[in-house]
Design a protein around this ligand. Structure first.
Ligand code: FAD
Ligand code: SF4
Length: 510
């Protein structure tokens, strides 16, 4: 009698305690399934990347002597349903116990909990041993607090895990160097060539095509370029420490037409599949900085660490504290449709063209492109957050719901009414111009608000504030913008709103 152990596609943690000790009593299983490929339309590189990483992991476990069942998408016994596949294996291998790791997605969590209730054998759930925090820690931390501010959680994480702390005080004297993380990249510092991996995936691509899986985006390179196993993830991390950390914080928010990755780490896919843990990343970065980083300012290191033990753990905690209601929040009652150019990049607005084309070509855009270009435009044009979520969950190789949803619906679309962001992340063209070279050669004029060649973001911005006045004007951080809006003449506001309504009615034209 054996124990069946399920490994989901984003649970590829080779350091898990499951894999220590005698393995003779266990059968592991991993499934490629239409249940997962068809829940939204995913980027082709994302589907390929997940399957490639799962196949690598399966090979690794088998090389360690583990007994393992792997269903490719076209495997003859694959029912394409998680629970049906499990039922089949439990019977076939006369299994006496079923074990699984906590799914990070609410949908899968519910599916497995329901499944376990139907079983006549013993079942048990284990931690994934990946995150710093447990699912409910953040909810407990903020219990009875009115505002669930990331900064408060982040400081507590720094103290609790003794990261960048000296005698219980923040190393360098400051908790946060956010203000020095807002530079435009003016081509002075050269950006190292980005590191790619030559992961051969033609078989996977063929299977996906033969099964008629509908995908989005392009796959113009021969190889899948992001890390798909632990040694590649460690190589990517080493490259980040040696070449990119030096300016990570400086240019964290910068955008450029010719640069997809700038100084970003490109570690999100590997981390979200759990090939590498956040702790391994932070420990490596800190060790590198202490040994070799005399020329690297603390602001670069703190900026990076904040993203991981701050934002990443915070988003996961928010997800588990607020699901399942969170997924249907629409505080601003936005109802419009996402423009067709989100799937083609075919627009004269260079900022959107650049961010969307990066996403379609590489399954990647960095945080500020996601937040202040595509997210900003979607919010200003008042798109239904369900459509915005579906696009973000599909388009990025790193998109998994527990991190995508709070970032999109909360931080970017303010659909939660301010649980995550203290104000909506919206801007006119001037912010985009401040942080990028996008406006330099754009068809539109960044300074104009009205007229055929006026930057669409300018009229959309004031129109949004006016349309949502009732829900937003009392927010403290919005007061200054509302006082400017209130000083605008009726005629100017009318002209701006007319232009904005034209854009909203026909965004593909702009
Ligand atoms: P770097 O800039 O090098 O940052 C290092 C790491 O910090 C990232 O790998 C990531 O793990 C973490 N991180 C940074 N910002 C965040 C954040 N806001 N939330 C959580 N973790 C963060 N990230 C995802 O992993 N999956 C998503 O589906 C996702 N969707 C997003 C949707 C929107 C609308 C926005 C605004 C952000 C989203 N993010 C998402 C966060 C962020 O954009 C990506 O983590 C980052 O761009 C990944 O690239 P990188 O690894 O080069 O990151
Ligand atoms: Fe984008 Fe406006 Fe700048 Fe054009 S002018 S790149 S539309 S912000």
């Amino acid at each position: 009698m054996k124990t069946l152990r399920l490994i989901l596609g984003d649970q590829l943690n080779s350091k898990h305690s499951w894999f220590k000790g005698d393995q003779s009593n266990f059968v592991y299983c991993l499934f490629e399934m239409r249940q997962e490929t068809d829940n939204v339309k995913h980027h082709i590189q994302k589907v390929v990347g997940f399957f490639a990483a799962m196949q690598e992991f399966s090979d690794h476990l088998q090389s360690q002597g583990c007994e393992l069942v792997y269903y490719t998408l076209d495997h003859k016994d694959n029912t394409q349903s998680l629970t049906e596949n499990l039922k089949q294996l439990i019977e076939k291998h006369t299994i006496s116990t079923f074990e699984f790791q906590e799914p990070d997605e609410y949908r899968l969590d519910q599916q497995l909990l329901e499944f376990c209730k139907t079983l006549s054998i013993h079942s048990e759930c284990f931690s994934t041993e990946h995150f710093y925090t447990k699912r409910q820690d953040l909810g407990t931390f903020f219990k009875d607090k009115k505002q669930w501010l990331m900064e408060n959680f982040y400081r507590d994480m720094r103290k609790k895990h003794d990261v960048l702390m000296v005698a219980n005080q923040p190393e360098g004297g400051k908790w946060n160097y956010d203000k020095s993380n807002r530079n435009k990249w003016k081509e002075k510092e050269s950006i190292p060539e980005f590191k790619t991996f030559k992961n051969e995936v033609s078989n996977i691509k063929r299977t996906i095509a033969s099964q008629n899986i509908e995908t989005i985006g392009h796959f113009n390179t021969e190889y899948f370029e992001y890390p798909i196993n632990r040694s590649q993830a460690l190589e990517q991390l080493k490259y980040f420490c040696e070449h990119l950390l030096i300016h990570f914080g400086d240019y964290q928010d910068a955008m450029h037409t010719e640069q997809v990755y700038l100084f970003h780490s490109r570690l999100s896919f590997a981390m979200n599949c759990k090939i590498i843990s956040p702790k391994a990343i932070i420990t490596t970065v800190l060790n590198y900085w202490r040994k070799h980083g005399e020329h690297i300012n603390i602001s670069q290191v703190e900026g990076f660490i904040r993203q991981i033990i701050g934002w990443r753990e915070y988003m996961r905690g928010m997800y588990w504290a607020l699901m399942p209601e969170y997924k249907s929040l629409n505080y601003l009652e936005n109802k419009n449709n996402l423009p067709a150019f989100f799937w083609t990049g075919d627009t004269k607005m260079i900022c959107l063209k650049s961010a969307i084309n990066n996403s379609l070509d590489k399954g990647y855009a960095h945080h500020i492109q996601r937040l202040m270009i595509t997210g900003n435009f979607a919010l200003l044009t008042q798109i239904n957050p369900d459509q915005v979520d579906a696009w973000y969950l599909g388009i990025y190789v790193d998109a998994v719901e527990w991190v995508q949803l709070p970032n999109t619906r909360g931080m970017s679309q303010f659909a939660d009414g301010g649980k995550i962001a203290t104000k909506p992340y919206v801007s006119s063209g001037s912010y985009i111009n401040k942080m990028s070279n996008y406006c330099d050669d754009c068809y539109y004029n960044k300074k104009e608000k009205i007229g055929d060649k006026a930057c669409p973001f300018n009229s959309l911005y004031w129109n949004f504030l006016d349309d949502k006045r009732e829900k937003l004007s009392s927010i403290f951080r919005m007061k200054m913008m509302y006082s400017l809006l209130n000083k605008m003449s009726a005629e100017d506001l009318y002209n701006i709103k007319t232009r904005a309504k034209d854009i909203i009615k026909n965004p593909d034209f702009f």
